[in-house]
Design a binder for this molecule. Structure first.
Ligand code: ZN
Length: 271
């Protein structure tokens, strides 16, 4: 609440919204509660994505082409309903490369600000190359869902960790990538160390993990200039991490960089 009163910008780089075909009767209520909670936390820009039908008519992490289109349309509608407050990622499934390129072109023409890759393909897969190349040409970041379970594969969700994303980033040095939710979906201690020398990968702090030492290792391995604040599906842990950052005695300017300045630069926002 205090953050809100200061009027300092706060960009959530990893938000999600629902829509009427996601199989949940309370979809509109949940969208409204995200906006309301964001107001209380002090969020000035939600950068969000919709993952197809959220599993209703095709898998969450392997959305069918029609569901990709429906989800992106819903995302653009939300952005139009909340001008400036809600911005959208174009979600694509790289297994349908032609559709992915067409959706990105369409979305960027409609003021979407980034590309979201869920877990339809491992991050180092060659199928991601045309997508990464186009994002680089257009100067929009690519948010890659990171996920690995170390001991097993999970059906319907291709594993990807920082090493996979670093391989893609090395092939596309002119493209900026974001490793999604360091607080969710994998071994953050491993991922952070793997990104220390990868300058075109940023780290989003979202996800429901709030392990002790996580933020400290983010600062140590990646540094404040490559950290972006975010929430993901659950918002309370994002808020907790924000409060922790406020209490950590960061170097001068670091909190502002993490809260909004770096995101504003990457996504070309005017928060
Ligand atoms: Zn997410």
């Amino acid at each position: 609440m205090s953050a809100h009163r200061t009027g300092a910008p706060l960009v959530d780089v990893h938000a999600h919204f629902l829509h009427e075909r996601c199989g949940r009767a309370d979809w509109a209520e949940r969208n409204a509660s995200r906006i309301a909670a964001g107001e209380r936390i002090g969020i000035t820009v939600h950068i969000a994505s919709v993952l197809g039908s959220w599993g209703e008519s095709s898998p969450v992490y392997f959305p069918s082409p029609p569901d990709v289109t429906t989800g992106n349309e819903a995302m653009r509608t939300l952005a139009r309903m909340h001008p400036g407050l809600v911005r959208g990622y174009v979600t694509v499934n790289p297994n349908y490369p032609e559709q992915a390129i067409a959706e990105i072109e369409l979305g960027l023409a409609a003021q979407m600000v980034g590309v979201k890759l869920a877990a339809s393909r491992r991050a180092d897969d060659r199928l991601l190359d045309p997508i990464a190349e186009l994002a680089g040409e257009r100067g929009v970041p690519v948010l890659q869902h990171a996920w690995q379970h170390r001991t097993r594969d999970v059906p319907g969700q291709e594993i990807s960790d920082a090493l996979d994303l670093a391989a893609l980033a090395a092939r596309h040095p002119g493209t900026r990538f974001i490793l999604a939710h360091i607080g969710g979906g994998g071994d953050w201690a491993h991922s952070l160390r793997a990104l220390a020398e990868v300058p075109n990968v940023w780290v989003d702090l979202s996800g429901s993990g709030v392990d002790r030492g996580m933020l400290e290792l983010c600062l140590e391995c990646v540094g404040p200039a490559r950290l972006l604040w975010g929430t993901d599906v659950t918002m309370e842990t994002g808020w907790a991490k924000l409060r922790a950052l406020e209490a950590m005695a960061l170097p001068a300017g670091a909190l502002e960089a993490i809260r909004w300045q770096t995101a504003a630069r990457l996504f070309r926002l005017k928060p």
